[in-house]
Design a protein around this ligand. Sequence first.
Ligand code: RRO
Length: 387
Amino acid sequence: MVVELATTVAGILLKTCVYNASGPRSGTSTALSKVAQSASGAVLAKSATVQKQSGNPQPRTWHHPDYIASFNSEGLPNNGIDYYIDATTIDDAMKDADDDKPYFVSLSGKSLHDNMEMLHKIASAPTKNRISAIELNLACPNVIGKPIIAYDVDQMDSILEQVSQLTDSLPPLGVKLPPYLDFQHFQQAASVLNRHKKLVKYVASINTLGNALAVDVVSEAPCISSNSGFAGLSGPAVHYTALANVRKLRELLDEDIDVVGVGGVRSGKDVFAMLLAGATAVQVGTCHWIEGPSCFDRIVDELRVLMEEKGCRRIEDVKGKLKAWSKEGAAKSRQALLSVEPAKTNSAVPLSSSELQFWKVLSAILIAVLAIICTLDKQLGQLLPEE
Ligand code: RRO
């Protein structure tokens, strides 16, 4: 069976429904070119500000040893909007990619004025036709002293109102959203986005969960120095929040607004779950950060195999098809668990710290036993009479 993984986001064709999230490994044309050469369905640049900036002080990132959670307080290190819309950058990033692979930019201005300035630059850029879409990031948690914009729906409304004046002179626009946790907040955000459906062609849900704190018990201090240790949380720890956001937004948003799922995706199964919840495409952030651009090839392969096994030929066969819980479904799932081969994983995530500890202790015991055998052997040799 031939499985077709192509999809469209905001009417733009992606040959595979998996691509990179803005943020990790997306700040330079060299990093972007590696994404472009992979199975990633599109190439999305790091969120830009008007001017180039270096971000918050180091150390500003931390991964849990088991890779279940990652933290960043990057503070928008980026090369500035002129770099991401420059012809040389786009040439370098896309030179070895399929001709029609889309290139997206992301904007995260420090004010409405900054966002408008960047949008005007795109509207008049000679490269405008090479920028397939713009992702307006209203969800960065790491600008010290500034709130997460999309938690203030009135502010989001007035930003989108202003940006709407440029709708006809811009490539299609998407909005990157923070995780919402309360059904009332989903309603409020969705009604603002629906009001701007002429402008907003997709949402990317979710950005990192803002202002999490990792504490190092040895040093009794935060694991990150910037922003007193407060940082955006990502990775598998937020995957279930991301799934809920995709599901709820798909339910509430006008059908013309696509939902792109992002949050803790690291396998073909995770992508499949996002599609079931209603995603049109899926971005990979933290896994790309940890594993590198080969993750796109692996995840796309895993998704293809899974869809084949399930008899799903195309994304539309899966998208939004989450079933209601049933006794029969739960029994089928238990049965599948029983028949699964133990400890077989495709994930490139390294050993967990407890597994590592186990192998270290075992190696130490083996070395000690060998040393004892050698010593005994020597002593015995001295005791026995020579032949
Ligand atoms: O650069 C960052 O600190 C950052 C951004 Br712009 C964002 O949108 N989300 C995040 O977790 N980090």
